[in-house]
Structures are given as structure tokens and as C-alpha cells.
Design a binder for this molecule. Structure first.
Ligand code: DGL
Length: 258
């Protein structure tokens, strides 16, 4: 593979969620060119079998590699948990950056109260999260909160709809506000409904996600490998989606520019 500094950086998610990570990345790497691939035809991943998620993720990465990308960001907590280690073993010549629930930054906030991790059921049962939780469980009160079904609702694009409102009401109303300090958005779809979450938990609760950390890690790796695009003009973003529907591409650009 002959990679050049000007080549694209590939982003992948089970659907539109990873656009929240691309959005942060554009702020710190504005001169890079990006290809985003959302696998909305197969979303959600978070409630699927392990082997199926792994296969879908490998297929998506093959698609990105066919576009000659110089680095890949798995902008999906679920796909990262299941496949990132095997992907790195298989494709050694290319940097592959994953995302995980931002538990470390949450602990470092040193905020009083519980840290609630909202994520897909698969992310929360996987080894990667178990290790992360193990590392911090003595110094933080961590509560995993599986949110099966929420990514699907966000995929519809109806962010202001009653379905998301009702879902969050049921999930969040019972969290004891007295003890709740921080919420970690451990699924890349959720930053798009951050405002809706605030409506239920209030402004005193910190809500964080892993997108900035992931963007910085990408920048670090490109710098170390001397792979940053030297151009001074703004880069381009090309979006692909397995659903192959005009509406999905429009929704993707709308979320990216939101
Ligand atoms: N956006 C994905 C994540 O970060 C998962 C959504 C899904 O279940 O497909 O985990």
C-alpha cells in the first residue's frame, strides 16, 4: 500500500453516530480529507451477536481500505470493543484508532457523585469495558447503564421526537439526582441528544464523551508518523452509507454541521 500525506482518513460507525467524532476531529484537523462510512443498513450493532459485529466491522474496514485511506478511526464504541485488536493485527501498516467510554476523563474530573456510563449492551458486557471499570472501580462509583434501542431512535434523525423524549424519561428519571455527578456518553450516537439528556438530569451534571480524546489520538499518530496533510486549504468530507439513500446522506451532513 503506497500511502501519501494527502490521502483520506477513514471514519467508520454502525450508522450516523461516528459523525459526532468526525465533528470534533474537523476542529483540530481542518486540513485533512475524510471519508465517512456509516453502516446504517446493518445498524444497530450494539444488540447484535459478537461474531456478526466483528464480520460487519471487518467488511466496513475493507471498504475504507479500498479508498486508500492513510488512517482509520473506528468511531463506534461497540465495534471498537469487539474488533479493534484483531483489526490492528490484520492491518499492521495503517494506524487504527478506536474509541472507548470516557471513564478516565470522567474520573479525572474528580466530581462528587456517581459516574453513569450510557452505552450499548454489547459495549458494557465486553472485556474492554470490564478492564476499564476494574481500573477505576476502587476510586469511583461507576454505574453502567445499557441503552439498547436508543441508537436506533437517533438513526431516524427525529432528535426532537416524542420517542427519544419518552425513552430518556424512562431511563433517566429514576437516577437519583442527589448522587449523580457525571454521565459518560459511551456510544457515539448519544452526543447528538446531549441537550435532551440535560433536560432530565439538569445542568449541574457533567456530560462527557470520548470524541475529543479520539481526535487528539488521531492527531498524535499522524504527527508521529509524519502523515499530516501539508495542504493549508480546508480538506473535504465525503460521506458514504450502506443504506444508499439520499435521505441518509442528507441526515449525515445535517448532523455533521449541527
Ligand atoms: N455508535 C455506536 C457506538 O458508539 C453503536 C450504535 C449501535 O448500536 O449500532 O457504540
Amino acid at each position: 500500500m503506497n500511502l501519501s500525506k494527502g490521502d483520506y482518513i477513514g471514519f467508520f460507525d454502525s450508522g450516523v453516530g461516528g459523525l459526532s467524532v468526525l465533528k470534533e476531529t474537523l476542529k483540530i484537523l481542518p486540513n485533512e480529507n475524510f471519508i465517512y462510512y456509516g453502516d446504517s443498513a446493518n445498524a444497530p450493532y450494539g444488540t447484535k451477536e459478537y461474531s456478526e459485529i466483528k464480520k460487519l466491522t471487518f467488511d466496513a474496514i475493507k471498504f475504507l481500505l479500498s479508498k486508500n485511506v492513510k488512517a482509520i478511526v473506528i468511531a463506534c464504541n461497540t465495534a471498537t470493543s469487539v474488533a479493534v485488536e484483531d483489526l490492528r493485527k490484520e492491518y499492521k501498516s495503517i494506524p487504527i484508532i478506536g474509541i472507548e467510554p470516557a471513564l478516565k476523563p470522567a474520573v479525572e474530573l474528580k466530581k462528587q457523585g456517581q459516574i453513569v456510563i450510557m452505552a450499548t449492551p454489547m459495549t458494557l458486557v465486553e472485556k474492554k469495558f470490564a478492564k476499564l471499570q476494574q481500573k477505576y472501580k476502587k476510586i469511583a462509583d461507576i454505574k453502567p447503564l445499557p441503552c439498547g434501542g436508543l441508537a436506533e431512535l437517533i438513526e431516524t434523525g427525529n432528535i426532537d421526537g416524542i420517542e427519544i423524549h419518552n425513552y430518556l424519561k424512562e431511563k433517566l428519571e429514576n437516577l437519583s439526582n442527589e448522587n449523580l455527578g457525571t454521565i459518560v456518553l459511551g456510544c457515539t450516537h448519544y452526543p447528538f441528544i446531549k441537550d435532551k439528556i440535560v433536560e432530565f438530569v439538569g445542568k449541574d451534571v457533567d456530560i462527557i464523551d470520548g470524541s475529543l480524546g479520539t481526535a487528539k489520538q488521531l492527531e498524535r499518530l499522524l504527527t508521529i508518523r509524519n502523515m499530516k496533510n501539508p495542504q493549508s486549504e480546508k480538506g473535504i468530507v465525503e460521506i458514504y452509507n450502506s443504506l444508499n439513500k439520499k435521505e441518509m446522506i442528507e441526515l449525515s451532513y445535517r448532523l455533521l454541521n449541527s
